[in-house]
Design a protein around this ligand. Structure first.
Ligand code: FRU
Length: 539
C-alpha cells in the first residue's frame, strides 16, 4: 500500500496560514538540529506548553485546592520553586477566567514547622462555618497535608497530618490556622490528600482522605474538628500501589433522573499502562458510607479496574469546588505526568503541566455506570480557523495536512470513522527529524493505542517508551469518533464521546509538521475530519 502513488480527494475549506514563527531569542544550551540546516529552537520554545498550565520555573506535580469564585478559577499545585525535581513542597498558585489562559500568582503556602505542604483541597466557606470570616468577608479554607520530613527520616509513623489555612482575599494570601494540625495521624504512615466538600443535606463538611490502601471518611461542622465515620477500600479495586488523592462527588446519570456517587482514587504504581493512574468507583453515599453499586461490582469481576484515563500522563486529578456545570457535570484537572519519569523529562526551567480541564459525567453503559470525560466546552471559544476535508479518499498512508495549513502545537481535531473493519487504523504526526507519534485503533484487538516510542527524545528514562500504551474500546457501536487535543508536548484523546480517554506526553526534536492517516481497507471511510487551529490570548 505504501508504495502506491497517493491519490487525494480532499474538499478543503482551507485558508492560508503561515506557520507561526517561534520566538528563538533564548538560544542557549540544548538546541536542536533540524536536518542539515541548523534551526535552533530553545528548549523553552520547543517544550513550554501553549495552553496547558506549567509553572514559570521549578517543579510541579498534583493540582491542589481548585475552586471557582467571583469569575476566577483558582489552581494551586504541588510546587518546588527552587529546583526542577521534587523537593520541599509548597502550594503554587495560578488564576484564570477561562481555564486556558492561566496567570501564575505568588506562592500561596510555604513549608513550615509542621512540614511540607502536600496535596489537598480548598472550599468556599459561604456560611462562615469556620468563623475565619471577618467584616463580612467570605473565607476560602484550604485543607492540606502537613508532611514532616524529620519524622520521615526517623522512621516515625505519624509523618502526615491534616492542616488548614484560610484566605480573606479570595485565595491570594493565606493564614495558617494556629490550631494545626486539625486532624492527627491515626497510626498510618501514608495519611494524606484531604478532599473536602459540603454536604448540603446534613449541613456539614465531608472529607475523604487516603490512609494507606484505603479511603477514610470524616465529617466536620467547622472545618476545625473532624470525626471519623467509615473507611472504604479493603478487598476492592486496584491495590498494586499506594492510594492517593481521593475525591467524592455526586453526578446525575445522563438521560435519567438518577444520581450516583463517584469516588476517584489515584494509585501509584499500578496504572493500566504502568506507573500512576486514577481509578474510579460508582456507588451510593448516605452521608457516612460509600457503597459500590452492585452492577459496578459485577463488572469489576470482568474489568478489574475502571480508569478515568488510560494514558500514562493524567495523575492525581480531582474536581473544582464551588462550581457545577449547567447539566450537573464536574470540572476536573489532573497532573499531566507520571511518577515513573516525571523527574527526568527533558524540560529545562520547569517540569510538568496540568491536563486540559475536563467535564466529568456519568452514563449508564451496557452493564453498569461509566464515567466519561471530555474537554470543557470553553475550549470551543479558542477555535480559530478550520480545515475540513469531508470526503477524503484514503489510499495507504494518506497525508491529511501539513504545518503549512495548521500549527499542530495548538490544535483540536474531531473525526469520525464509520463501519470499522478488522485491522489497524493509525494517525501519525511526524517531522523532518524523523520523529513520529502514532495513535489509533486496532479493530482486530478492540484496543486504542498510543505509540510514542519514536516521537522524539525518549532516552531520559527507560520507563518512558518501553511499550505502546493501549486502552479498551468501551463503546459498543461499530464506528469510532474522537476529539484530539494537541499542544507542543501532549496529546489528549477523547474517543467515543469520552468513553475511552488517553493522555500522553512526548518530546519531539522539532514541532510535528505532517499528519497522516492509514486505514486497513481502501474502502474504509473517514466520515469526517475537522482540524481546528486553537488560538489563545496568552499574555
Ligand atoms: C501524589 C502525591 C500526593 C502527595 C503529593 C506530594 O502525586 O504523592 O499523595 O500529597 O504527591 O507531592
Amino acid at each position: 500500500m505504501k508504495n502506491k502513488i497517493y491519490k487525494f480527494v480532499m474538499t478543503i475549506g482551507i485558508f492560508a496560514m503561515v506557520f507561526s514563527c517561534k520566538n528563538t531569542t533564548d538560544k542557549k544550551a540544548d538546541q536542536v538540529q533540524n536536518g542539515q540546516d541548523t534551526v535552533a529552537i530553545s528548549n523553552e520554545d520547543l517544550y513550554r506548553p501553549n495552553f496547558h498550565f506549567s509553572p514559570e520555573k521549578g517543579w510541579m506535580n498534583d493540582p491542589n485546592g481548585m475552586f471557582y469564585y467571583n469569575g476566577y478559577y483558582h489552581l494551586y499545585f504541588q510546587h518546588y520553586p527552587d529546583g526542577t525535581t521534587w523537593g520541599p513542597m509548597h502550594w503554587g498558585h495560578a488564576i484564570s477566567t477561562d481555564l486556558f489562559n492561566w496567570k501564575e500568582q505568588p506562592i500561596a503556602l510555604f513549608p513550615d514547622e509542621l512540614g511540607y505542604i502536600f496535596s489537598g483541597s480548598a472550599v468556599v466557606d459561604i456560611e462562615n462555618t469556620s468563623s475565619f470570616g471577618v467584616d463580612g468577608k467570605t473565607p476560602i479554607v484550604a485543607i492540606y497535608t502537613s508532611h514532616d520530613p524529620k519524622k520521615e527520616k526517623t522512621g516515625d509513623i505519624d509523618v502526615e497530618n491534616q492542616s488548614i489555612a484560610y484566605s480573606l482575599d479570595e485565595g491570594l494570601t493565606w493564614t495558617k490556622y494556629e490550631g494545626n494540625p486539625v486532624l492527627k495521624n491515626p497510626g498510618v504512615r501514608d495519611f494524606r490528600d484531604p478532599k473536602v466538600s459540603w454536604d448540603d443535606e446534613r449541613k456539614r463538611w465531608n472529607m475523604v482522605v487516603a490512609a494507606g490502601q484505603e479511603i477514610q471518611f470524616y465529617i466536620s461542622k467547622d472545618l476545625k474538628s473532624w470525626e471519623k465515620l467509615t473507611s472504604f477500600g479493603e478487598g476492592i479495586g486496584n491495590h498494586s500501589g499506594v492510594w492517593e488523592c481521593p475525591d467524592l462527588f455526586q453526578l446525575p446519570v445522563i438521560g435519567s433522573s438518577e444520581k450516583k456517587w463517584v469516588l476517584l482514587v489515584s494509585i501509584n504504581p499500578g496504572g493500566p499502562n504502568t506507573g500512576s493512574a486514577t481509578q474510579y468507583f460508582v456507588g451510593d453515599f448516605n452521608g457516612s458510607n460509600f457503597i459500590v453499586d452492585e452492577s459496578f461490582k459485577e463488572e469489576m469481576k470482568r474489568e478489574h479496574s475502571f480508569w478515568v484515563d488510560h494514558g500514562r500522563d493524567n495523575y492525581a486529578g480531582v474536581t473544582f469546588s464551588n462550581i457545577e456545570n449547567k447539566d450537573g457535570g464536574k470540572l476536573f484537572m489532573g497532573w499531566m505526568s507520571n511518577w515513573l519519569y516525571a523527574n527526568e523529562v527533558p524540560t529545562e526551567k520547569w517540569r510538568s503541566a496540568t491536563t486540559t480541564a475536563r467535564t466529568l459525567e456519568l452514563v449508564k453503559g451496557k452493564n453498569t455506570y461509566r464515567l466519561i470525560a471530555n474537554p470543557v466546552p470553553e475550549l470551543h471559544e479558542f477555535k480559530s480557523k478550520k480545515l475540513e476535508n469531508l470526503d477524503v479518499v484514503l489510499e495507504g498512508n494518506t497525508l491529511l495536512t501539513t504545518s503549512k495549513a495548521i500549527d499542530f502545537t495548538s490544535a483540536q481535531i474531531n473525526f469520525k470513522v464509520e463501519d470499522l473493519v478488522d485491522g489497524v487504523y493509525t494517525f501519525e504526526l511526524s517531522n523532518s527529524e524523523g520523529d513520529s507519534l502514532r495513535f489509533g485503533y486496532d479493530a482486530t484487538k478492540g484496543n486504542y493505542f498510543v505509540d510514542r516510542n519514536k516521537a522524539g527524545i525518549t532516552d531520559f528514562s527507560n520507563k518512558f517508551s518501553d511499550r505502546i500504551a493501549t486502552a479498551p474500546k468501551i463503546a459498543t457501536q461499530k464506528d469510532w469518533t474522537g476529539t484530539i487535543v494537541l499542544d507542543k508536548t501532549s496529546i489528549e484523546l477523547f474517543f467515543d464521546d469520552g468513553q475511552t480517554v488517553m493522555t500522553e506526553i512526548f518530546f519531539p526534536k522539532a514541532p510535528f509538521d505532517s499528519l497522516y492517516f492509514e486505514a486497513p481497507l481502501e474502502e474504509s471511510k473517514l466520515e469526517y475530519i475537522e482540524i481546528h487551529q486553537l488560538k489563545f490570548n496568552l499574555n
